[in-house]
Design a binder for this molecule. Structure first.
Ligand code: G3P
Length: 215
């Protein structure tokens, strides 16, 4: 399973990249709005830090506008993936970009039919938002299970990109369900590596070593 980071913060991206486990980055307009500076410059910098796919989202709502913006975003760097919202206009834009071999990430997916439509349009990635479903007392991870099964049933090459991740349990469930990619906030990446028994065990080893080190 690929690990992406869901942020536009260069500091967080550098920290995650230094771990050696980072496969890509996802951004969105909200994440870019939290950072200082020109969003295009930030995206360029991100593509220099991470050689893997970097999702950058269009703002236009009509197909022509989305395609135009998508091709503009692709001029930033070869590893830019054009993020397109799951709308009827968006599906048409994904089809057009996909026909031109431009990689796309269909975002704001909240149902299995939407995931199927994204794949049929030719999206490289489909992004169901699991946390936002959980927030309204729906079952976000059930949607991941369904999307993975549907793509497998029909050998659809679209990759399920688990988004709106809130905690390590989402990541572990995604791995058990054979999701292709999980995009996580920096805090979740840190949480994945941590366990209180690891900390307590290490503390104990060091304390015991103090007793014998001068023998
Ligand atoms: O980038 C899309 C998605 O991961 C957003 O997550 O936390 O705003 O629901 P969140």
């Amino acid at each position: 399973m690929k690990f992406f980071i869901d942020t536009a913060s260069l500091a967080e991206i550098r920290e995650a990249a230094a771990l050696g486990l980072l496969d890509g980055v996802t951004t969105n307009p909200t994440l870019l709005s939290k950072e200082e500076g020109d969003p295009r410059e930030i995206l360029l910098e991100i593509t220099k830090i991470v050689p893997g796919p970097v999702s950058a989202e269009v703002i236009a709502l009509d197909t022509d506008g989305m395609v135009r913006e998508g091709l503009e975003l692709r001029r930033i760097a070869d590893n830019i993936v054009v993020k397109i919202p799951m709308t009827l206009e968006g599906l048409k834009a994904i089809r057009r970009l996909s026909d031109e071999s431009v990689p796309t990430n269909c975002t704001l997916i909240f149902s299995a039919p939407q995931a199927l439509m994204a794949a049929k349009a030719g999206a490289t990635y489909a992004s169901p938002f699991v946390g936002r479903l959980d927030d309204i007392a729906a079952d976000g991870m059930r949607l991941i299970e369904q999307a993975v099964a549907i793509y497998r049933n029909y050998q659809l090459p679209t990759q399920v990109l688990v988004a709106s991740v809130r905690h390590p349990e989402h990541v572990m469930q995604a791995a058990l369900m054979s999701a292709h990619v999980v995009t996580m906030p920096a805090a979740v990446i840190r949480q994945l590596a941590s366990h209180p028994l690891t900390d307590r065990g290490l503390e104990q080893f060091l304390a015991d070593w103090e007793k014998v080190k001068n023998r």
